[in-house]
Design a protein around this ligand. Structure first.
Ligand SMILES: *[C@@H]1O[C@H](CO)[C@@H](O)[C@H](O)[C@H]1NC(C)=O
Ligand SMILES: *[C@@H]1O[C@H](CO)[C@@H](O)[C@H](O)[C@H]1NC(C)=O
Ligand SMILES: *[C@@H]1O[C@H](CO)[C@@H](O)[C@H](O)[C@H]1NC(C)=O
Ligand SMILES: *[C@@H]1O[C@H](CO)[C@@H](O)[C@H](O)[C@H]1NC(C)=O
Ligand SMILES: *[C@@H]1O[C@H](CO)[C@@H](O)[C@H](O)[C@H]1NC(C)=O
Ligand SMILES: [Zn+2]
Length: 484
């Protein structure tokens, strides 16, 4: 997208809000936002299980047919895309594991959650942006929510312990109760809430297992509990709720002929490798020793029909993954169902993710409900980079530069009093449930609010009512200022 357009918007915001950078003291009437992620919830997990609460939420709000996560379809990278609006190569959280190719240090997922320099790599996530613009935010177990960014911490944050049991339904309800108190007593405006299921169960038993179906029913009960608690907390008319996830899940192929095993490849030897990150589902990175890159590449490029090995420069641009200094000179992924084994086979999961984000089994969910959203609307698939712009719009904050477009999800919102925003995309359609019910209250606008970004072109929009001439002059001044 036009980063310059975002710059322009930010420039306008600074101009209109003297002392910008400091909180601008907006309080009160703005709607709150709760972003919930159920890790590894594949797009169609509700199709072979009764999910009355998710179904009710779709009738009351917005549902995407599916959402396309960023590549590589891993937990931390994809969660960070949701809160930054950037592709993974642009935010730098390229893996669930922290690694350093010089020291050879590799840290597992949970330890990486606490490594500030892994997360704070030049992108400012939505919590921090919202706080800088006067809002209060919270993160409950959400990946990336428990470190500081440019020295700033999320207002209220919880991190799970190292041996956390991610499937305890009673604890899920207690966590929801805590988040409700954060909204009502601590007056938070934005909270991100993370659940580690159905990912763990999908890995362990496989996505087609009975265990996974039962876990989806647990998720559905939790959605019902959450919506009840929102009502009981008096937040029904002031809280927007988004339920989404990071990626899907596919069944791992385990026949001998299906195995991608580095220790069996002819002409390949670990003696040529300086640093390796393998045994992580279908994803792998290699730093060959000085002068060995071509030899290693030649040995690997046709080593297995389901393995795709690339030099960093030739990795498919459409995956928006390799153009980052953290990515090693050689990287690879395998086709759906095939996982990559390194020196010995140590992966025994029955379900896995990390595959190409165009594989249907990697697609995930997006659902939303609340005072700002239309009712009974099903939208066509979109990429997860667009959720960030929507969230900034819902909170009335100026977004950072990002890869998303507000126009993608703007048609999911109720018409606002803000004047023409954008015409609905032709791909959008109302679901057969049809009945849109009584119109809900439209977005309330406070006099404190910052100018919003706008329509699909990403151009800046001034608060309605500004005389066109003044607007034009302002834009001209900023454009000239940029050129000068
Ligand atoms: C890796 O660790 C070394 C030694 O601590 C450090 O000098 C280097 O900057 C680190 N590299 C990266 C890419 O973080
Ligand atoms: C991002 O991390 C890399 C090392 O992994 C480091 O070399 C680089 O300076 C960091 N960039 C920023 C902006 O923090
Ligand atoms: C991380 O979470 C703990 C509670 O689990 C909290 O005490 C701490 O302040 C948080 N740290 C940051 C930087 O958010
Ligand atoms: C291999 O795996 C597939 C599914 O993963 C299975 O249907 C098939 O029967 C297995 N056996 C052989 C010999 O292909
Ligand atoms: C291994 O190397 C030999 C000699 O260079 C070559 O003939 C052979 O085709 C290679 N095998 C594979 C699988 O690349
Ligand atoms: Zn995940």
């Amino acid at each position: 997208m036009g980063h310059s357009a975002v710059l322009l918007t930010v420039a306008l915001a600074s101009l209109l809000a003297p002392g910008a950078g400091a909180p601008v003291g907006r309080q009160g009437s703005q709607n709150k936002l709760l972003l919930v992620s159920f890790d590894g919830f594949r797009w169609n997990y509700d199709q072979d299980v009764q999910t009355p609460n998710l179904d009710a939420m779709a009738r009351d709000g917005v549902k995407a047919r599916y959402m396309t996560p960023a590549f590589a379809t891993m937990t931390s990278p994809c969660h960070f895309t949701l809160v930054t609006g950037k592709y993974i190569e642009n935010h730098g959280v390229v893996h669930n594991m922290f690694y350093n190719t010089t020291t050879k240090v590799k840290l597992p997922y949970h330890a990486t959650l606490g490594i500030e320099r892994w997360w704070d790599n030049g992108s400012v996530p939505i919590w921090i942006t919202a706080q800088r613009q006067g809002l209060k935010t919270g993160s409950f177990f959400y990946p990336g929510g428990n470190v500081t960014y440019q020295g700033v911490a999320v207002t209220l944050s919880r991190k799970e312990g190292i041996l956390h049991n991610y499937k305890n339904e009673k604890e899920w309800r207690a966590n929801i109760d805590t988040v409700m108190r954060w909204f009502t007593e601590e007056k938070l405006d934005l909270v991100t809430l993370y659940f580690g299921e159905p990912d763990s169960t999908g890995h362990k038993y496989g996505p087609e297992s009975q265990e996974r179906k039962e876990m989806v029913m647990q998720v559905d009960r939790t959605v019902g509990y959450l919506r009840d608690r929102i009502r009981q907390s008096g937040l029904d008319s002031s809280l927007n709720l988004i339920i989404t996830s990071d990626h899907g899940m596919t069944t791992v192929r385990k026949n001998a002929s299906d195995l991608v095993e580095f220790h069996r490849f002819p002409n390949f030897t670990f003696k040529d490798i300086e640093f390796e990150l393998l045994d992580y589902g279908p994803n792998g990175m290699l730093l060959p020793k000085e002068g060995m890159l071509e030899k290693v590449y030649e040995a690997l490029k046709d080593a297995h029909p389901k393995l795709h090995v690339y030099r960093k420069e030739t990795f498919p641009k459409s995956l928006h993954y390799a153009n980052n200094p953290r990515i090693t000179p050689l990287l690879m992924y395998s086709d759906a169902g095939y996982v990559i084994h390194g020196r010995v086979n140590v992966q025994f999961n029955n379900g896995e993710h990390g595959f190409d984000n165009e594989v249907m089994d990697m697609k995930t969910i997006f659902r939303a409900v609340g005072p700002s959203f239309k009712r009974g609307l099903e939208v066509e698939p979109f990429e997860s980079v667009h959720v960030y712009e929507l969230m900034c719009r819902l909170l009335g904050i100026v977004p950072e530069a990002n890869d998303g477009l507000l126009s993608t999800l703007l048609p999911t919102l109720q018409d606002t009093s803000q004047g023409p925003l954008s015409t609905p995309l032709p791909t959008l359609q109302h679901t057969s449930q049809g009945s849109l019910g009584t119109p809900l209250p439209t977005l309330q606008h406070t006099s404190h609010r910052l100018p919003r970004t706008t329509d699909g072109s990403g151009s800046a929009l001034l608060p309605s009512g500004w005389p066109t001439l003044v607007t034009g002059l302002l834009v001209a001044m900023i454009l000239l200022g940029k050129v000068a």
